[in-house]
Design a protein around this ligand. Structure first.
Ligand code: AMP
Ligand code: ZN
Length: 468
């Protein structure tokens, strides 16, 4: 069965085939954060969805080259650094660092490239120069440069807007982007005193790039003129992605992106979670309340990306209990598997359950179907374990299947390895036991427990399990 994705451009499920002639290499561009604050978990819904996409493609044998940009110059970052009276680069660095830390907490795989807009201003100027040469861009009286929409009749196709109905100059209401005008959009914003010392020289005078040209330039510089997949939240469709298409295709003459995938929003009481609405939690807020990155990842990843996700603490509690169930099951299997190394052939029921996890994801990342397979597998193996029907070799085989599944989910319990200190105490305890020093042995057992490990004495020697 082929992998199919819902393409915002066509509004249809389409079979996914990358442009690369070998059919393996996938060029993926994902719009990243504006680094003027800590990202909220609505933003992370987008990044976790993109992580699921990348990991599933990799599980299907594709070689994904991913770019995620950092918007480190725009109105908000300039406002932030001016308020604090610090340099733009110093202001954004703190939020860049925090962002990478948060991605780690949520187990999002690192993209190959995290370009910062301020490192690509030369490429942006070059694109604008080509647009000027083609008379698609023009410099207005305010010295800023604009994209002449009348030169790009395709504008509006991604968002399925009928441009005839939109009179020039009409403002389009869409959350925080209401400033954007359906009329010509800015490519280069001429410097004014509100920008302080944030400015770059250009053939058209000092200024700074517009947000849309940032992504066009970084995507083209790193992945070339043709992307396979371009992602973002639905709020990015218009005008941001529409503008990216207009700029990039006008410069290169090539189709900019072949599949457009957009995640629905994370909602709080029926409203989009956003900084401007003030109804947001950062990842740090939730960690401070005692939730783990793994639990938050579970809550974000397990709702199909095109459905709105209602954020609640009950949802996080459900994530916690689902993970507990998975952990208990995996520990049971690991126990059963302890005496085998090679897997036995899996009974068809288990093998097909594992395979179905991936075929569900092939259908536009149907994660709720796929998670259903995981819990079916858990229920069936638990029953079979109760009935004594699972050999050690089958347990190894199921655990291998789970490992493949988890290469996509990224939900495995943190690997617990005993510290060298704990291992040294285990060794001392063995010596004490050999010498029949039982009191000393008990003292060491407690000391090991205090380090987070329970020692069980088995016929194969001491075995450590995490102290819950
Ligand atoms: P921004 O920093 O606002 O440009 O947003 C970064 C990414 O997060 C974009 O792909 C947005 O579409 C996405 N995003 C913003 N708010 C939400 C939300 N409440 N739910 C899901 N995705 C969001
Ligand atoms: Zn973008």
């Amino acid at each position: 069965m082929p992998t199919r994705f819902f393409n915002t451009y066509s509004r249809e499920l389409e079979e996914f085939r990358p442009l690369d002639p070998s059919g393996k290499r996938v060029k993926l561009y994902t719009c990243g954060p504006t680094v003027y604050n800590f990202a909220h978990i609505g933003n992370f819904r987008a990044y976790v969805f993109e992580d699921l996409l990348q990991r599933h493609l990799e599980a299907r044998g594709f070689d994904v080259e991913r770019v995620m940009n950092l918007t480190d110059v725009d109105d908000k970052t300039i406002r932030g650094c001016r308020q604090l009276g610090v340099r733009l680069a110093d202001f954004t660095q703190k939020f860049k660092d925090a962002f990478f830390e948060d991605l780690g907490t949520l187990r999002v795989k690192r993209a190959q490239h995290f370009p910062a807009a301020t490192d690509y201003v030369a490429q942006m100027i070059e694109m604008i120069r080509v647009l000027m040469e083609k008379e698609i861009a023009y410099q207005a009286e305010d010295k800023s440069l604009y994209f002449r929409l009348s030169k790009f009749p395709e504008y509006g196709k991604l968002a399925h807007l009928n441009l005839d109905e939109l009179r020039p100059g009409v403002r389009v209401q869409s959350d925080e982007y209401e400033k954007e005008n359906i009329g010509d959009f800015a490519l280069w914003k001429a410097w004014d005193e509100n920008d302080g010392d944030v400015k770059w020289d250009s053939p058209w005078g000092p200024g700074r790039p517009g947000w849309h040209i940032e992504c066009s330039a970084m995507a083209t510089a790193l992945l070339g003129p043709e992307l396979d997949i371009h992602c973002g939240g639905v709020d990015n469709i218009f005008p941001h992605h529409e503008a990216e298409i207009a700029q990039s295709e006008s410069v290169t003459g090539k189709k900019f992106a072949r599949y457009w995938m957009h995640n629905a929003h994370l909602m709080v009481e029926g409203q989009k979670m956003s900084k401007s609405a003030g109804n947001f939690y950062t990842l740090r807020d939730l960690l401070a309340k005692g939730w783990t990155g793994r639990e938050i990842r579970y809550a974000l990843i397990t709702v199909n990306y095109r459905l709105p996700l209602n954020f609640t603490f009950d949802g996080l509690a459900a994530a916690r209990s689902a993970l507990g169930r998975i952990d208990e099951w995996a520990a049971r299997l690991a126990d059963r598997a302890a005496s085998a190394i090679l897997p036995d052939e899996l009974p068809a029921q288990f093998a097909s359950g594992i395979a179905a996890f991936f075929t569900d994801l092939d259908e536009d990342l149907n994660i709720s179907g796929a998670m259903g397979r995981v819990f079916d597998l858990i229920r069936d193996t638990n029953r079979a374990l109760d009935a004594g029907e699972i050999s050690a070799g089958i347990a190894v085989g199921i655990l291998e299947g789970w490992k493949r599944i988890d290469s996509v989910l990224g939900l495995e319990r943190e690997a617990h390895n005993p510290s060298p200190e704990a291992l040294a105490l285990v060794e001392q305890r063995q010596i004490a036991r050999t010498n029949k020093q039982w009191a000393e042995s008990d003292r060491l057992r407690d000391a090991i427990a205090a380090l987070g490990w329970i020692v069980k004495d088995t016929k194969d020697g001491p075995k450590l399990t995490p102290n819950p």
